[in-house]
Write a protein that binds this ligand. Structure first.
Ligand SMILES: *Cc1c(COP(=O)(O)O)cnc(C)c1O
Length: 411
């Protein structure tokens, strides 16, 4: 019998065998200890399992709790009634009802940018990065694409596709010297990074803008974590630090975290009608997959309206006071940052046990570990929200302190 051939993977930009090999054990362990696979009803800010356990979620990204805001809920319902359809299924390039245009106009005004929508930030990224790679968004010249080592998985995922269109390279976190060196070597360069990291820390926007001025560097920021929670009218960290969005910068942000709705916004500078058509027609799933549905659009319009009122500022202020309260009780490396996430470090071997203790006491905090975060930086990711009461925060802090996580925290 002839022996059949086996394929040889190249694994140049991704390696499932490795990622699953390491990550799945931890997931199994989490689930085994009741810290994953939880099913619970949400009632007035608390979660209730079928078994009768109730807890407060300290790992939810809806930082301003806009997702349960009455106006956002009503916005979804009103839009459904007004347009009378959930999604009139046909690519928008051919026929569309005006709802999405209304939303894009509203978001363009809010974020002072030309906004194109997508059903998620991941879909936006998977559509836009390949167009950057092929030079269609970088003045008809393929750029060297520099991916930040820590950029979100939604960007990492697209590496193999980009690598088929252009040269790609990965740099260490915010390595400005490396980026500048490449700008000296290559005609075109595009840097890809998060505007705000999921474990705190912001992109060096000022320094990167200088590189843009010196070398014409292109930048793709994913600012999903700071939109709404940060900046005047919730424009996010990156947009707050750029006076006028130029055609060398693209900012993508999910509308599913602090914005409290669904979908994503791609913030562009002044782009030509032709370029916008290229995005609509060729940006991967943005063109061939479903657009945002009417309920999502209505919720987004309502959330955008809240962003224009003083209420947004009040909510942002409230969030900061919750963060400050937590910081006053539990010191972490992120203390003092405006960012709503804190990492309480714990050894890989302990993080599940600690998460379980907290859960039993009525607080869900997700354990994070490689490959979600870098190796050796496991811990509990505490996320603050406006909807948590001061008592919730004090109670959580007490359990953390009682269990002496603090010996680890100090480092
Ligand atoms: C949460 C997150 C996403 C995912 O957003 P979706 O709209 O759900 O795809 C993408 N990028 C970053 C940086 C995120 O934090």
């Amino acid at each position: 019998m002839i022996e059949k051939l086996k394929v040889k993977p190249t694994n140049r930009y991704r390696n499932n065998a490795k990622a699953i090999g390491i990550g799945n054990t931890f997931w199994d362990n989490s689930e085994h200890h009741g810290l994953a696979g939880i099913v619970a009803d949400l009632q007035r800010g608390r979660l209730y399992t079928q078994e009768g356990h109730s807890f407060v979620n300290f790992s939810c990204c809806s930082y301003l709790d806009l997702d349960s805001h009455i106006q956002v809920i009503e916005g979804a319902i009103t839009a459904l009634r007004k347009f009378g359809v959930l999604d009139h299924c046909i690519p928008r390039t051919r026929v569309q009802i005006p709802a999405l245009l209304e939303l894009e106009a509203s978001l363009s005004e809010l974020f002072e940018a030309q906004v194109v929508s997508a059903i998620s930030a991941s879909v936006a990224t998977s559509g836009i990065l390949p167009l950057i790679a092929s030079g269609h968004l970088t003045d008809d010249e393929r750029p060297l694409m520099i991916f930040d080592k820590n950029c979100h998985v939604s960007m990492q995922q697209v590496k193999p596709i980009c690598a088929d269109e252009t040269e790609i390279v990965t740099c260490s976190h915010h390595d400005l010297d490396f980026i500048e060196d490449q700008c000296k070597l290559y005609e075109r360069v595009c840097y890809i990074c998060d505007g705000s990291d999921s474990l705190g820390g912001y992109a060096p926007v000022k320094e990167l803008t200088q590189l843009q001025e010196c070398y014409g560097l292109y930048i793709y920021y994913d600012d999903s974590h700071s939109i709404s929670a940060y900046g005047k009218r919730g424009v996010g960290y990156v947009r707050s630090h750029i006076d006028c969005l130029n055609d060398h910068t693209i900012i993508t942000a999910t509308l599913n975290k602090a914005f409290g709705a669904s979908g994503a916004a791609i913030l562009l500078g002044d782009r030509s009608r032709e370029t916008l058509r290229i995005i609509e027609r060729f940006a991967g799933a943005i063109s061939y997959s479903q657009p945002m549905n009417i309920a999502a659009i209505g919720a987004c319009l309502a959330s955008a309206d809240i962003h224009r009122t003083k209420e947004l500022h009040t909510l942002q202020y409230k969030l900061q006071s919750k963060i400050a309260l937590f910081d006053s009780l539990v010191p972490t490396a992120q203390a003092g940052s405006t960012f709503p996430i804190r990492l309480v470090p714990a050894a890989d071997s302990e993080v599940i046990t600690l998460g379980k203790l907290l859960f039993e006491a009525g607080y869900y905090v997700s354990p994070v570990f490689f490959p979600i975060v870098a190796r050796g930086t496991a811990g509990l990711r505490v996320m603050m929200r406006t909807g948590q009461t001061d008592d919730d925060i004090r109670g959580l802090a007490q359990v953390i302190i009682n269990n002496r996580l603090l010996s680890e925290v100090a480092k």
